[in-house]
Design a protein around this ligand. Structure first.
Ligand code: PEP
Ligand code: MN
Length: 367
């Protein structure tokens, strides 16, 4: 189902600069000096549209810095006044919304841990009814697109029209080069399901470090995301939260200025012809891929019957390890990434197990 709510395109949100929308600022508001210094240096880059800072911080473990609370909102008002910037902060309950509205915070964002909780999102939505503020909704920590869509719908149903989804990556149980896996297919599917919904990428929480931010930001722009939300601190080494992923304003400005902004479409006839030809080649290959996968599953079915006759389990871990190892080596020689090969084979393996257990338990082939 495609959701249809009257969502305003980012380009009509206000007097913003050109695409992409740039949101930047520290993970947390820590002191008035830290906020004002970071905002001043960021406003001097002439890049940013919206200044971010968390005043209530949801922390995984107790005892970490949990934010300065309401006084941080007053510092954000000073940022509005002194630098003419719009500001945003995180809200996780009705009380936060009430205080943020009282301090005229322009945009409220809903954090990844809150999006995962429909009761909290509904409470926030109810508290937002009738207000003009914009709302940014981060993806839930787990890769559940329905939960993300549900949160967006709750906010849209409260009458908010300046809405954007923020892609900050997903928790993944295995070690990876990212703090949170991007799983780009999920925000792409969200765009397909939610027509006209702007999507902003948060490369800081995806990467968890500073050296991959450029690469992830460029990927987001290449996928036609509408903006970037990046953590920037005047002195990252001293930051009270997420210190490893925060950039200095200088580093931020360098990264943003090096990004290449491409157009989503072209009118050039020659370009369109070449693209169409390449796409036809891809279509042919996709058909071949499907054909070969179907043939592979036929063999899997035969193996399932054979294992059943011999009372052998569907899964043999050593055989699986061997397939993955061999495929990683072969695939990497052909320029495929390790991450892709593992994902691909996991998915094929899962389907093979499903097929084999079906064969083993079907009435027709019972011994
Ligand atoms: C943040 O933006 O600092 C934050 C807490 O993010 P998330 O909810 O994505 O973890
Ligand atoms: Mn953070």
């Amino acid at each position: 189902m495609i959701s249809n709510y009257p969502i305003i395109p980012i380009t009509e949100w206000g007097e913003y600069k050109t695409h992409p929308l740039n949101i930047a600022g520290p993970c947390s508001a820590e002191s008035e000096l830290q906020i004002m210094t970071t905002a001043k240096e960021l406003s001097e880059t002439k890049i940013i549209d919206i200044f971010r800072a968390g005043t209530w911080k949801p922390r995984t473990r107790p005892g970490s810095f949990e934010g300065v609370g309401e006084k941080g909102l007053r510092w954000l008002q000073n940022v509005q006044k002194d630098f003419g910037l719009k500001v945003t902060t995180e809200v996780a309950n009705a009380k936060h919304v009430e205080l943020a509205l009282k301090h005229q915070i322009d945009f409220l964002w809903i954090g990844a841990r809150t999006t995962a909780n429909p009761f909290a999102v509904q409470e926030i939505a109810d508290a937002l009814k009738g207000c003009e503020q914009g709302v940014l909704i981060k993806n839930p920590v787990n890769s559940d697109i329905e939960l993300w869509i549900g949160a967006i719908e709750r906010i849209a149903e409260a009458g908010i029209t300046k809405i954007a989804a923020v892609h900050r990556g997903f928790y993944y149980y295995e070690k990876s080069k990212y703090r949170n896996m991007p799983q780009w297919q999920i925000p792409i599917e969200l765009k397909r399901r939610f027509s006209g919904l702007p999507i902003i990428c948060d490369p800081s929480h995806i990467t968890g470090n500073t050296h991959l931010i450029q690469e992830v930001s460029q990927q987001a722009l290449d996928l036609n995301f509408d903006g970037l939300m990046i953590e920037v601190h005047c002195n990252p080494n001293k930051a009270l939260s997420d210190s490893q992923q925060q950039l200095t304003p200088q580093e931020y400005s360098q990264i943003i200025n090096n990004l290449i902004v491409r157009l989503p479409e072209s009118q050039n006839r020659q370009f369109i012809d070449v693209l169409n030809e390449l796409r036809s080649q891809i279509d042919v290959m996709d058909d071949q891929l499907l054909e070969i996968l179907a043939q592979r599953m036929n063999i899997v079915r035969t193996i399932g019957k054979y294992k059943k006759e011999n009372k052998i389990t569907a899964v043999q871990i050593s055989r699986w390890d061997e397939i993955v190892q061999q495929s990683i080596e072969k695939g990497m020689c052909k320029g495929l990434s390790e991450e892709f090969i593992i994902q691909l084979f996991k998915s094929i393996h899962q389907e093979s197990i499903n097929t084999q257990t079906q064969v083993m338990n079907s009435e027709h082939s019972k011994n």
